[in-house]
Design a protein around this ligand. Structure first.
Ligand code: DGJ
Length: 744
C-alpha cells in the first residue's frame, strides 16, 4: 500500500485511492494528489504533475537563492504561516513575545504495519495486514524542533488518517498556540462546503454553500464537539450529485473544541483543515516534551454523497468503533425517561420493565433520577449512590429483579457534572470548573467537574465502579448536559500548567474515565449522550458504539437528524427510541406506524409509558420488534443509501439499506405532508440496486433489478379525495417499509 520513489515521492495507494506527497526543493513536504487510485506509478510519470513555479508579480521568494520558489502557490502537507505562505497554517509556536517562523525539513521516514487499539486515546486501529503507516520525520534545526507526520492507509477504504507529534528538542519552554491535525490542499475551488449543523433538538442538519475566495469555517468552543456543528465536513465538487461525482470528507477523532475550515486563495486553490480549535488553546512544551494531535481522517469518493457516506460509515465501523460490537446484536432498549421523567419508584419501574419485556424489549435503561436525592434537575449530580426513598431495598435488589425478567440493565450517569446541592460539592467545591471571579455561569442547575484533575476522574470512577459491580451492569448511558464556561481549573493553577491547556486536558480526562471503565468492564455497552446529540463524534464512538443522537424523538424531526448524521456516520452509531404522540418536544401527532418505521434504521429502543398503550398499539409494537429482530443485522450494519436527498428541504425522504451482496434490502419511504389530488402512480428509483438480480417485493410480487433501477418501486398509493378503498396512505406523516429479497 506504500511505495517510495527515489526517497522523494511517497505514494500511499490501494484499489480505491492514491495519496501522493513529495519533498519540495526547499526540503519541506509538498502535497501532490489525493483521489481515485492511480495504481503503481513511476517518478517519471509524476514529473508531469509536479507544480510549476509561479511567475505572478507580488509573490515573495522563499529565500534569495531559491529562484522563484515560493510557498504561496504550493500545495503543502503541513503548512505554516509566516514565510512566503500567507494563508492560515496548521501550526503556530511562540516563545515569550516572539512568534517563530518555522521551517521543517525532511529528515527521513519509517514505516509500520502496526496500528493497535489503545484505550488511552481515541484513534483509528487496524488488525494485522489491514493498514500501513508512514511516518515522516521533519526537523527545524534553527528552532530545535522535531515533527513527525503520520499517514495511515487502510485496506479497502478510501481513508487516509493523519496525526502529528511535535517534540521540543531545545532547552527552553515553547508555547504551542495552534496545532491542527488534518490538512488537504486541492488544486481547485469548484466545491461546496458541506457541514452538519443545527442546535439542541435539531442536530446535524445538512448545510451547504459554495466556496469562494476567502475562508469558511465551522467549529465548537463549548468544551464538547457540540449540538451546533459537527467535526464531520465535506467538500463536494459542484457537479457531484447523490450518486455521482467527486466528494472529499474529513473528520476528527476528537470530542472537544474543534475547527474545520476551507480557505480559497487568489488562484482558486483550496486549503481544507481540521483540528483542535486554536481559540483559548495553547500548550506549554518543556524541553523534550511532546504534543500529539488527535487523529484526522480524510475520505474520498467519486460516487457522490452516497459514496462518501458509505466510506465514512465503513471506516468508522471497521477502524474506529470497537469491532466486537459488529458481532453482538444491539439490545432493544426500553428507557424510562420520557415515560416517567423524575416521577418513579422501584414498583413503577418494575411494572414498566415487565410490560416492555412482554413486548419483546431486551434492556431496561434506568435514566436520570435514581441517585442522591434527585427529584428534579437541581440536585445530586456527583452523588452516585442510590436514592433509598425510591429503591428501599437498594439498587442491587432492583437489578436482580430486572435480570430475573431476562432483561439486561442499563443505568444513566452524568459523570462530568456536579450539582451545588450535593455531598460531593460540600466536600470538594474546588473540583468545580470555575474562575475565581464572583460570578460563574450556571447551566441546567449544575456545574462541570474539573476532569483535567486526575483525582476527580478517579473519585467519580470509584463511585461508578461500585454501582457497576453491585448491579452487574450491562449498559451505561453517559450523559453530559451543559457546556463549559469560565474554563478554569484550580488543579492546573496548583500544578503550574497554563489555563489554556484546560479544554484539551478536560477531554483527555473524559477519555481516561472511559479507559478506566472499559479496562475493568470491557463488555459494558456505553451509550454516549450529551443533552441529546451534543457530543456526537468519532472520539466518543471509539469508546461508545452508539450515541443518543438527539433529545428530539419526533418522527418528522428525526428524518432530518438521521439523514444528516448518516452522511458522516454509520447506522449502528445512533439509537432511536419510539416515543409517545403527541411528541414531547414538538407536540406533534404522528402515527405509531411512522414512529416505528423511522426508528427502524439503527439500534432500536422505546421511551414511552407502555402501561398506557391500547391493545392494538401493543400488538403493533410486538410485531415491529419481531420484524426488527429478524432484520437487526441489516438495519444496524447494512450499507445505507439515501434515495432522494440528504437535505431537509424535500417533502419526501427515502432510505435504503442492503446487505453485502445486495440480495436483501429494506427501504423506508416517508412523506411529511399529504399531497392534494396526487398522481395515480409515482415511483421511487433504486439506482444502486443489483440489476442482475430479480427481487421479491414484500414477499408478494417479483420485479427485476433493472426495473427497480430504471422505473422504481411504486410509492404508496395516496388518498386522492375518493379512493378510500384502494389507498395505502392518507393524511400527513406517511410512511412505508419495503422489503426486497432476491428470488433464488
Ligand atoms: C438529556 C438526555 O438526552 C435525555 O435523554 C435524558 O437522559 C435527560 N438528559 C436526563 O436528564
Amino acid at each position: 500500500m506504500i511505495e517510495i520513489l527515489n526517497e522523494k515521492i511517497f505514494h500511499l495507494y490501494n484499489e480505491k485511492i492514491s495519496y501522493i506527497f513529495y519533498i519540495m526543493e526547499n526540503q519541506q513536504l509538498g502535497h501532490l494528489y489525493y483521489g481515485g487510485s492511480l495504481g503503481a506509478i513511476t517518478a517519471h510519470d509524476l514529473a508531469y504533475f509536479l507544480e510549476r513555479e509561479n511567475k505572478s508579480a507580488g509573490t515573495v521568494k522563499f529565500s534569495p537563492d531559491s529562484g522563484l520558489f515560493t510557498l504561496a502557490d504550493r500545495s503543502q502537507e503541513y503548512p505554516v504561516y509566516g514565510t512566503s505562505d500567507f494563508k492560515e497554517g496548521a501550526l503556530d509556536i511562540q516563545v515569550a513575545d516572539e512568534l517563530w517562523y518555522l521551517d521543517f525539513q525532511y529528515a527521513g521516514y519509517e514505516q509500520t504495519a502496526v496500528k493497535e487499539r489503545s484505550l488511552g486515546r481515541p484513534a483509528s486501529y487496524a488488525y494485522s495486514g489491514e493498514a500501513e503507516t508512514l511516518i515522516i520525520h521533519m526537523t527545524d534545526a534553527d528552532h530545535q524542533l522535531a515533527l513527525e507526520l503520520s499517514f495511515s492507509i487502510f485496506a479497502d477504504s478510501s481513508a487516509i488518517a493523519k496525526s502529528q507529534v511535535l517534540r521540543n528538542k531545545g532547552d527552553r519552554d515553547i508555547q504551542l498556540n495552534k496545532m491542527l491535525s488534518g490538512v488537504l490542499e486541492l488544486p481547485s475551488a469548484d466545491y461546496e462546503f458541506i457541514h452538519l449543523s443545527g442546535a439542541w433538538l435539531k442536530e446535524r442538519h445538512v448545510k451547504r454553500r459554495s466556496l469562494e475566495q476567502g475562508t469558511v469555517s465551522i467549529g465548537s468552543l463549548k468544551g464538547a464537539s457540540g449540538h451546533q456543528h459537527n467535526p464531520f465536513t465535506a467538500l463536494a465538487h459542484k457537479q457531484a450529485t447523490l450518486n455521482d461525482g467527486q466528494v472529499y470528507g474529513t473528520n476528527l477523532i476528537y470530542s472537544g473544541n474543534f475547527l474545520a475550515q476551507a480557505e480559497v486563495d487568489e488562484w482558486q486553490r483550496t486549503r481544507f483543515m481540521v483540528g483542535i480549535h486554536p481559540t483559548h488553546f495553547s500548550w506549554q512544551l518543556e524541553p523534550e516534551e511532546i504534543f500529539q494531535t488527535p487523529e484526522a481522517v480524510l475520505f474520498y469518493s467519486d460516487r457522490g454523497l452516497n459514496g462518501l457516506a458509505n466510506e465514512a460509515a465503513r471506516f468508522t465501523e471497521q477502524y474506529v468503533i470497537d469491532r466486537k460490537w459488529a458481532e453482538k446484536p444491539r439490545p432493544i432498549v426500553f428507557n424510562n425517561w420520557e415515560a416517567t421523567y423524575f416521577e418513579f419508584d422501584q414498583e413503577k419501574l418494575v411494572t414498566l420493565a415487565e410490560e416492555g419485556q412482554a413486548l419483546g424489549m431486551e434492556c431496561f435503561v434506568l435514566d436520570d433520577g435514581w441517585f442522591g436525592q434527585r427529584d428534579d434537575d437541581r440536585s445530586s449530580l456527583g452523588d452516585w449512590f442510590v436514592d433509598t426513598r425510591k429503591f428501599p431495598n437498594g439498587i442491587k435488589a432492583f437489578a436482580e429483579q430486572i435480570h430475573q425478567m431476562g432483561l439486561q440493565l442499563g443505568i444513566w450517569f452524568e459523570p462530568e457534572m456536579i450539582s451545588p446541592d450535593s455531598h460531593l460539592y460540600e466536600k470538594h467545591p474546588e473540583w468545580v470548573v470555575r474562575h475565581p471571579y464572583e460570578r460563574a455561569a450556571f447551566g441546567r442547575g449544575q456545574y462541570v467537574l474539573d476532569f483535567s484533575n486526575p483525582e476527580v476522574v478517579e473519585a467519580i470512577y470509584a463511585q461508578m465502579k461500585t454501582i457497576i459491580e453491585e448491579t452487574q451492569l450491562e449498559y451505561i448511558k453517559w450523559d453530559m448536559n451543559r457546556n463549559i464556561t469560565e474554563a478554569y481549573s484550580t488543579y492546573l493553577k496548583t500544578t503550574g500548567r497554563p489555563q489554556t491547556e484546560f479544554f484539551h486536558r478536560y477531554i483527555l480526562g473524559v477519555y481516561h474515565l472511559y479507559e478506566r471503565i472499559l479496562t475493568d468492564f470491557p463488555d459494558i455497552l456505553i451509550e454516549g449522550c450529551a443533552g441529546g446529540g451534543g457530543r456526537y463524534d468519532l472520539g466518543i464512538l471509539f469508546y461508545s458504539p452508539q450515541i443518543w443522537p438527539s433529545d428530539d424523538s419526533d418522527a418528522v424531526e428525526r428524518l432530518a437528524i438521521q439523514s444528516g448524521t448518516l452522511l458522516g456516520y454509520p447506522l449502528s452509531s445512533f439509537s432511536n427510541h419510539v416515543s409517545t404522540s403527541p411528541n414531547h418536544q414538538m407536540d406533534r401527532y404522528t402515527s405509531l406506524k411512522m414512529r416505528q418505521e423511522v426508528c427502524l434504521f439503527g439500534p432500536l429502543g422505546y421511551e414511552l409509558d407502555v402501561t398506557q398503550l391500547k391493545d392494538t398499539e401493543k400488538q403493533a409494537i410486538q410485531a415491529n420488534i419481531q420484524f426488527y429482530k429478524q432484520h437487526r443485522s441489516l438495519l444496524t450494519h447494512g450499507t445505507f443509501f439515501q434515495l432522494l436527498s440528504v437535505e431537509d428541504t424535500t417533502n419526501e425522504v427515502a432510505w435504503g439499506v442492503c446487505n453485502q451482496d445486495k440480495s436483501e434490502w429494506l427501504i423506508g419511504f416517508y412523506r411529511k405532508l399529504a399531497q392534494a389530488n396526487p398522481a395515480n402512480i409515482e415511483y421511487l428509483k433504486i439506482p444502486m440496486i443489483d440489476q442482475t438480480k430479480t427481487y421479491w417485493i414484500n414477499q408478494t410480487e417479483q420485479v427485476t433489478g433493472s426495473m427497480l433501477k430504471e422505473i422504481g418501486l411504486k410509492k404508496p398509493y395516496q388518498f386522492n379525495g375518493v379512493n378510500h378503498e384502494q389507498m395505502h396512505v392518507s393524511g400527513d406523516f406517511q410512511s412505508t417499509i419495503y422489503h426486497l429479497k432476491e428470488v433464488r
